[in-house]
Design a protein around this ligand. Sequence first.
Ligand code: BES
Ligand code: MN
Ligand code: ZN
Length: 494
Amino acid sequence: MQFQVKTGAASQQRTACAIVPVFSGGDLPSAASSLDKAGGGLISRAIRNKDIKGELGDMLLLTHTGELPCQRILLVGLGPKAKLDRRAWRKAVRTALATVARGKYGDAILHLTSEPVGDADAYRRARLAVEIWHDVSYRFTTMKSEPGDTAPALKELGIAAAGRDVRGARRGIEHGAAIAHAVALAKDLGNLPPNVCTPSYLVERARGIAKRASTLTVKALGLAEIRKLRMGAFLAVTQGSAEPPRFIVLQYRGGRTGAPPVVLVGKGITFDSGGISIKPAGAMDEMKYDMCGAATVLGVLQAVAELKLPINVTGVVPTCENLPSGTATRPSDIVKTMSGQTVEILNTDAEGRLILCDAITYALRFKPAALIDIATLTGACLVALGRVRSGLLGNSDKLADDLLAAGQAADDRAWRLPLDDDYAELIKSPFADVANVGGRDAGTITAASFLARFVGKTDWAHLDIAGTAWNQGSNKGGTGRPIPLLMEYLLHRK
Ligand code: BES
Ligand code: MN
Ligand code: ZN
């Protein structure tokens, strides 16, 4: 797919489809007015005839475009001009691009990107448009024997911009494309079934990413090395499964040699049955997406390398299955973590924190400038925040604020939950240093409180993406979140 900045009057541009915004209430945005004048009033006539009102999300396709150099005009309603904000703009762009993705033509020009929107400048509008295009045109067909012809015919999308905004729009396209490719990778990994997307498969994909950039190196530890590191908690999770575990380390070096890296740790449970504390059968199929933290880390490392960011970033991915069997961990087993702390495993379904605590201990070796873990960690996070915002917890106000702001800017929002020391009381164990679960109360916080014990003083944030990594319903599948949030954060780090 090609994206190209287009400047100049809409009426001069040759294209199979001009995607043109209109407001409700009469005002014509500049692209609409340019085409209207050159086209003998065809747009104002459509509005006068009430063929389109211009309400948010309204659409009308004009195919009789006379002498105009565009074969079609897709009018898209933005709602009232005074109410145009980023949310409304996004919705209009999404609706229009989803329609274009089903069209049979090869090129189009999106004029919504040249329309001023409150807090989204030309850079942001171009970047979002590219991300939205990839989102609506994403198809997951690799597991079908007959993929069909659902792939969009569109090969080139023009991004309209004012002359003074060309540089910003170009940058937006570049960033948007790298982020969108990473998001598509993470969606694929989330959607693949767990008999394909195994820990060794994630290693293969990590190697594939590293092959494309000399700045990326990959290391994948196996069972023997994981044992040697004494990762007793990680080993307790994998021991019920016949599928070998892996511990993946991806290093991107784009910054000064020796500059402390941002370290990203991603939960890579390729299937979470719950183990002996087995989950109900109901939606157990969805637990193939319990590796979306890992997918996020692979995606971010790929995008960071593609954009050649001037920083060091390290990705750490502990990955295995959580299954019941004769060799599986029993509720009440006590294990020794790599840090030396002992854990009483009261519930084998709280396995994410067990693989993460050893991964965090390992990650401290890199003396991180910031440590961020990403995990589909708790159902409680879905109860608290639904699928709208990711849960954010941590020990650093500065890091938390930076991540919240990044999520806001990238339209991939998070919400911070508290992490007072008092919550640690809930996971006390009479038999070991700590238990892996508390009671029903504050499930997302007690999970983070467990992780905090292994972090120490390093600046750390935890993103619980149990709700945001996956869509249900007609749009069922991986979302690629929180890649846009993390990329926004890394793009602004020096
Ligand atoms: N992977 C799940 C969390 C999850 C639930 C992710 C729903 C996405 C959707 C995690 O391993 C888990 O099972 N957590 C338990 C913790 C509990 C036993 C303390 C949970 O949330 O029920
Ligand atoms: Mn679980
Ligand atoms: Zn899990």
